[in-house]
Write a protein that binds this ligand. Structure first.
Ligand code: F0G
Length: 457
């Protein structure tokens, strides 16, 4: 048990390079180490001398749920002892840009439990956030620090969800936002959110990786604050997903947490949270954190298999799970580190496996976007490999809401998802999961006949 102290409202922080360990009080606009140009993480030096008391933290976080302060009602800022410090002496509610993010449900998945043979199977649904994806938990922190640093413009490259989230938080915080997305490769729902929240939205004739490269150049040349997950404040906010999950499980760690991997910020953030919780004595042991990618966007899988995690093997990404259509993931090194530290696995799943898993999660009455469904598809693979055992407890992180990608869902149910592609044949066995809309005359007997037909299937 560590030495104890009364926690300060928020933690004093520094930027630390993940490669050379160089520690600095400030970071440049590209959030790269001044010495070696690798990524930075936020580090809390005070915890070494005077770590907060874990029981005190658990009690405090619980009590906050009963107050009416905006920062206490946020499922992110409620955990602010493990977040970078806001300005002492100023009203926290005035400083934090919050939409009451976090506070997402942990669902049981009884049907998927039967399908997989894992009775203790749960989903932490981050699609239940204010802009309907996990991005909001990181965005509330990073947008707050953007405004605190005096920026008028914020910007991101995105496969859709980051841009929706950034646009919303910028609007709430009185800032302008610039969105760079790959033309024709993000869902209409996500694009419409960015437009509605008032972002200047550029559809670039490139892929996500091209958008991110351009953004890096932009922030070096213009007074624009970058809100991609290279920004370490984003990952601090995203850590709270794991804090909230463990609180929901009464601080008893599950055996496995399974998360989709794209740009690899989220897996890095969850891993950082698990390691910090372990070090602070909040949890008695670490769950295994596993990352699942689409076969067509499998840079981390290949990096670990072909280069032993030592250098990035980038790929030309292609998948209908457009949220994770990323070939050159920025946070690959952070993700490789947390997989190693938690003994997690990294797997890939096919387009058809993703479609099947998405329909199975939908049939639970929960639903998610395609990128989130890789978790269930990946679990099936990890069970076959005996990496996950049926008597272990498993939490899938569902990263986006079912309404984020209706084109995918409608194409699936109409049987048009992979028409004319090599996957068309492999989709046939999924017929029984499809519920296509039925067009009828507005007559009672037609509806009753349909009901009788459906009863037989
Ligand atoms: N799931 C969804 C729904 C996503 O939107 C993303 C990433 C991921 C999983 C992968 O998370 O990048 O942290 O590994 N979306 C980003 C975006 C890239 O721009 O919205 P990651």
């Amino acid at each position: 048990m560590p030495l104890t102290s009364t926690p300060k409202a928020q933690a004093e922080y520094r930027f630390r390079c993940i490669s050379c360990g160089h520690v600095a009080e400030t970071a440049s606009q590209d959030f790269r180490c001044a010495k070696c140009a690798d990524l930075l993480e936020i580090h809390y030096p005070g915890w070494q001398q005077a770590p907060p008391n874990p029981q005190h933290l658990r009690d405090l976080w619980q009590q906050r749920k009963l107050t009416q302060k905006a920062v206490d009602l946020s499922g992110v800022w409620r955990f602010r002892e493990l977040l970078p410090a806001l300005d002492a002496g100023l009203d926290e509610d005035q400083q934090a840009i919050t939409l009451r993010e976090g506070n997402t449900p942990l669902y049981e998945l009884p049907q998927c439990a039967r399908i997989t043979g894992v009775p203790r199977l749960f989903a932490k649904h981050q699609g239940m956030n204010p802009t309907a994806s996990f991005k909001d938990t990181g965005m509330t922190v990073a947008a707050t620090f953007a405004r605190r640093a005096g920026f008028h413009w914020v910007a991101c490259a995105s496969t859709g969800n980051t841009s929706a989230s950034m646009a919303a938080y910028a609007a709430r915080g009185g800032m302008r936002s610039l969105v760079l997305v790959p033309e024709g490769k993000i869902s209409w729902s996500k694009l419409s959110q960015a437009l509605d929240y008032g972002a200047v939205t550029c559809q670039l004739r490139t892929d996500f990786d091209g958008c991110l490269r351009l953004l890096q150049d932009l922030v070096r040349n213009a007074p624009v604050y970058q809100l991609n997950s290279i920004n370490p404040f984003r990952l601090e906010g995203q850590k709270t997903l794991a804090l909230e999950l463990l609180e929901q499980l009464d601080w008893q760690p599950p055996d496995h947490i399974i998360v989709p991997g794209g740009n690899l910020g989220n897996s890095s953030a969850i891993g950082k949270a698990l390691l910090e919780m372990g070090n602070l004595g909040l949890i008695p042991r670490l769950p295994k954190l596993s990352v699942i990618q689409a076969e067509g966007a499998n840079a981390l899988v290949r990096t670990l298999r072909e280069a032993a995690g030592k250098k990035l093997v980038s790929v030309r990404a292609e998948t209908r799970a457009t949220a994770i259509r990323i070939g050159n993931p920025a946070s690959w090194k952070k993700a490789a580190n947390v997989l190693e530290a938690t003994d997690g696995a990294c797997e890939q799943v096919s387009e058809v496996e993703i479609a099947q898993a998405k329909a199975e999660i939908g049939a639970e009455g929960i639903g998610c976007e395609p990128a989130s469904a890789v978790t269930l598809a990946g679990l099936k693979k990890l069970l076959k490999q005996n990496f996950v055992k049926p008597d272990e407890s498993v939490v899938l992180i569902l990263t986006g809401n079912v309404l984020k990608d209706p084109e995918f869902t409608i194409d699936f149910h109409r049987g048009e998802l992979f028409k004319g592609t090599k996957d068309e044949e492999a989709m046939r066995p999924l017929q029984s999961l499809r519920r296509p809309p039925i067009v009828l005359d507005a007559k009672l007997d037609a509806v009753i006949r349909t009901l009788e037909q459906a009863e037989k299937t």
